[in-house]
Design a protein around this ligand. Structure first.
Ligand code: HEM
Length: 127
């Protein structure tokens, strides 16, 4: 029951993360000043904290050690890559071309993380 609820929270925040990232990516593409609004800068961090907290809570409730499960290690590595690429896409990228490439790569990594989550395989669909 606890686990089911945490999983729902986790999946809910995954949708919010994607929606906010797509919105901010769109604003980056059109050079919109909306990207600098306070709520736009704060809300993703609040949501990402809940996403990660629900993941950690699931591991605790289920007594899982992420280091024992290759698919969880893949998710953690994927998350770090997604955060890095996302920062380049929305902030650090010096030119629009760099930011767009980082944005597309970040979406690819996000899709990989979801595929790993659904299949529980490091290489979804192959192993
Ligand atoms: C951007 C980052 C993440 C995304 C997009 C994501 C996505 C998802 C999705 C879509 C599911 C549901 C899979 C299903 O259909 O069964 C899920 C489940 C889960 N995720 Fe994540 N996740 C992320 C980060 C993490 C991290 C960092 C961890 C922990 C290391 C984690 C641990 C879990 C666990 C334990 C489940 C439940 C698996 C199950 O019981 O079915 N997630 N995740």
């Amino acid at each position: 029951m606890e686990y089911t609820l945490l999983r729902l929270v986790h999946i809910g925040t995954v949708y919010v993360t994607l929606a906010l990232f797509l919105l901010r990516g769109f604003w980056m593409l059109i050079d919109s000043p909306s990207l600098k609004r306070l709520w736009v800068r704060v809300l993703p961090h609040v949501n990402d904290t809940v996403l990660l907290a629900s993941a950690i809570a699931m591991l605790v409730v289920a007594g899982m050690n992420p280091l024992d499960q290759p698919w969880l290690i893949a998710k953690i590595v994927g998350l770090l890559a997604y955060i890095g690429l996302g920062t380049v896409a929305l902030k650090r990228g010096r030119t629009k071309a760099v930011r767009v490439k980082a944005f597309i790569a970040a979406l690819g990594v996000f899709a990989y993380i979801v595929a790993v989550a659904v299949t529980k395989q490091v290489v979804p669909g192959v192993l």
